[in-house]
Design a binder for this molecule. Structure first.
Ligand code: FAD
Length: 319
């Protein structure tokens, strides 16, 4: 059976959820081979988790040197694994860093590059959304080994037993890969909420909340659901929340299992960043608001009445 390589993203010895989704997606095309690139010890910390999600092999490219440089060494290491394994495809999660690695890899191996897929079938066809997600296209690489980045939450991660056989990969970095060195790194301070880009539940607030202080209504609803918090651009432009929370064409693209839009009209630029969400719930006092064209469930009502009641009910039912 053909092998399908998956680049592993892990933090503090824990495999990130998008990687587990990729291992699940990879099984449609062939046998998943996980690729771990990083400082010595990275692979040992994660190989059990990779085995639980079906990795037949774990390719290990570890060195202090690889960890000391951004992006370029990872593309070189991945290219070395491709040469060794001759896979049917290489899958990466659609993050900024991974898209750069994917582009460099595709160039090195002469493979077709497909970005930001939201679906992948057993024939290697990917689904992508273009022009602000107004159009859905199906695309397939016609050249070499396809390099595909998949958006988080495009597949539900499903466990499957894999042997996770360890395969050491030795990589000699080129001078070009060492052109930029990491001189310092700071661990981002994170709250207890999930990260917006790969959360499975997102609650977003729009201009309907009226002022910055009212945003706590959105946060309370999000916390009752264990959700990440997003916002429309109107809220960001008003300075009520930081730009990192903006969902949409010029913000973060999300594709959660559940997206709750509170006091958001549903402008095309906002929709571009959330319309692939599996279930969309809208709360808006205007029955004509465009968000209802997209919503699976809608409440026409005042968010100041509806959202707190919803939060209370969810909290009550959680017991
Ligand atoms: P509004 O459109 O003002 O809607 C507020 C909604 O709240 C209304 O539907 C109203 O009925 C409802 N409401 C008011 N009070 C209540 C209440 N008490 N209870 C319930 N409902 C209430 N926007 C983004 O979001 N993300 C982007 O990335 C983005 N990129 C853009 C890029 C470009 C180039 C441009 C031109 C625009 C972009 N925009 C983006 C802006 C976008 O066009 C809209 O202006 C913006 O999304 C509107 O935000 P909103 O829905 O919060 O506000």
């Amino acid at each position: 059976m053909a092998e399908v390589l998956v680049l592993v993203d892990a933090v503090d010895g824990k495999v990130k959820k998008p990687t587990l989704e990729l291992l699940t997606a990879a099984r449609q095309l062939g046998e998943p081979g996980a690729v771990v690139i990083g400082a010595p010890g990275t692979a040992d910390a994660v190989s059990d988790q990779l085995a639980e999600f079906g990795a037949a092999k774990v390719y290990v490219a570890e060195s202090d040197e690889i960890a000391a440089y951004p992006v370029a060494p990872k593309a070189e290491a991945l290219a070395a694994v491709v040469e060794q394994a001759s896979p049917a495809a290489v899958l990466l999660a659609s993050s900024g860093e991974n898209k750069e690695i994917a582009a460099r890899l595709a160039l090195k191996i002469g493979g077709g590059l497909l970005y930001d897929a939201v679906g992948l079938d057993a024939d290697g066809n990917v689904t992508q959304q273009i022009f602000g997600a107004a159009i859905e296209v199906t695309a397939k690489s016609s050249n070499g080994t396809p390099v595909i980045t998949l958006r988080p939450n495009s597949f539900a991660p499903e466990p499957s037993t894999g042997a996770a056989e360890k395969v050491e990969v030795s990589v000699t970095l080129s001078d070009a890969a060492k052109a930029a060195k990491i001189t310092d790194s700071v661990v981002e301070e994170k709250g207890s909420r999930p990260q917006l880009s790969d959360a499975s539940v997102v609650v977003s607030g729009g201009r309907g909340i009226g002022k910055a202080d009212n945003f706590s209504i959105i946060e309370k609803l999000a916390d009752s659901l264990g959700a990440a918090v997003g916002a429309s651009r109107a809220v960001v432009d008003a300075g009520w929340v930081p730009h990192t929370m903006q969902v949409g064409q010029t913000g973060v693209t999300v594709s959660p299992q559940l997206y709750v839009a509170v006091g958001i009209s549903g402008a095309i630029q906002h929709r571009a960043g959330m319309q692939t969400s599996k279930t969309i719930v809208a709360i808006n006092k205007d029955a004509e608001a465009p968000i209802f064209e997209l919503a699976d469930f809608g409440v026409v009502g005042d968010l100041f009445e509806v959202a707190p009641q919803l939060t209370d009910e969810i909290t009550k039912r959680k017991g």
